[in-house]
Design a protein around this ligand. Structure first.
Ligand code: CP3
Length: 365
């Protein structure tokens, strides 16, 4: 543990003691700034974590990748635990996110894929026969992720939250139908227009599987979960409401009923943000295209997460400090989780990451 982490832990303890409550008491939120912010409780300072924080911008990750493929790392609980902890050892972050991929739960229902560098599905799903090949989980869903969560939890300081995650049904369907990530997903959009019944079946299966998977992640030690809807924005609002919304809503409801705090992330979908804000989730996370302060004022009952442009960090620590300070100025601290608006880019300088975190931590000093 770094001295900064020890310092921030002591800070949290002091705060909790001041309030007269016991940090080891049954309240699972107290003492974890990320969970407190998601519950819109006041925090000593804003929590911060970074999407894709365990990844290629870290020299120690690149070193690991010389000996192991991404699939090997994510598929092995001990290696995934090591990678999950890399950014936590380096920076005083408020959350660890388990090192896995949105595709990790899909082998359990019979999906075969590889990474190049994004997911490539061996046999895309486009017909009823393809759908029928997807079976009920014949084993535990992603047992390596579940084991990694319990191993990571045991290593984390008590003030650091552990996040589980999954892909939203539509974002998973994007890879399953298109076969790989392609700009604007034309095959997927054609499938939605031509085979709405099949899409409905596919999204239904994915919604059930992901709800079970997130609940299992929570049972294994995840304090909260993030649902990534990275490709939310490729359909119109009307088509989204007709085809996608019921499945995403059911997933969020089932996870909420199980008592799991939810962060819902949508990317590049400004025309859908009001529809997403109406879905049941504790926190709404968006990319940098939206004005997060304005969103917060429009939806005062929702915590917000984000949303610095990851490309700003490529411009170096000064630009990063300026963008972070501007975010802190425009977004109210109550219920704000600081993050990027999308995953950190592989060429990001470490000094920019440090500048971001320091700017957040210095706010109330
Ligand atoms: O945030 C974290 O540190 C946890 C790990 C994580 C990964 N993928 C590891 C990964 C998370 C949360 C994801 C989510 C994910 N995966 C999403 C949703 C978020 C987003 O970025 O929109 C999506 C769409 C995927 C699918 C996926 N997997 C893509 C598009 C890629 C290639 C992207 C790239 O940056 O090259 C992957 C591979 C992948 N998943 C890597 C990592 C660290 C790169 C692995 C490597 O080559 O070493």
């Amino acid at each position: 543990m770094t001295s900064e982490q020890q310092g921030s832990q002591q800070g949290v303890r002091a705060l909790v003691d001041e309030k007269g409550s016991d940090p080891s008491s049954a309240d699972p939120i107290s003492g974890k700034p990320l969970l407190e912010a998601m519950a819109q409780r006041p925090t000593e300072r804003r929590p911060v974590w970074i999407m894709r924080q365990a990844g290629r911008y870290l020299p120690e990750y690149r070193q690991f990748r010389k000996d192991h493929s991404f699939k090997d790392l994510a598929g092995n609980a001990e290696l995934a635990t090591e990678v999950t902890l890399m950014p936590i050892r380096r920076f005083p972050l408020d959350a660890a996110i388990v090192f896995a991929d949105i595709m990790s739960p899909l082998p359990a229902i019979g999906v075969d894929f590889d990474f190049d560098p994004g997911p490539v599905v061996a046999e895309p799903i486009r017909t009823q026969a393809d759908l029928d090949r997807l079976h009920e989980p014949d084993t535990d869903v992603a047992p390596e992720v579940i084991t990694a969560l319990s191993l990571v939890r045991a290593e984390l300081p008590p003030s650091t939250a552990l996040l589980g995650f999954c892909g939203a049904p539509w974002t998973l369907a994007a890879y399953l139908v298109e076969g790989r990530g392609v700009k604007d997903f034309p095959t997927l959009r054609a499938f939605a227009a031509g085979e709405p019944e099949l899409l409905d079946q596919l999204l239904g299966k994915l919604s059930d599987l992901m709800a079970d998977y997130l609940i299992a992640q929570h049972a294994a030690g995840a304090d909260a979960v993030q649902i990534f809807d990275s490709w939310a924005g490729v359909l119109s609002l009307g088509d989204w409401q007709r085809l996608i919304e019921p499945h995403l809503k059911r997933l969020l409801e089932r996870v909420g009923e199980a008592g799991v705090p939810r962060i819902l992330f949508l990317q590049n979908a400004p025309h859908l943000v009001d529809a997403y804000a109406a879905l049941p989730a504790e926190a709404l996370a968006t990319d940098w295209r939206l004005d997060l302060g304005e969103l917060q004022r429009r939806y005062p009952d929702r915590a917000v997460q984000g949303n610095i442009d990851p490309a700003v960090l490529l411009a170096g620590p000064d630009a990063t400090r300026a963008a972070t300070a501007s975010l802190l100025e425009h977004v109210d601290a109550l219920g704000h989780v600081v993050n990027l608006g999308h995953g950190i880019l592989p060429t990001t300088p470490i000094a920019s990451v440090e500048a971001l975190i320091e700017t957040v931590q210095e706010e109330n000093r």
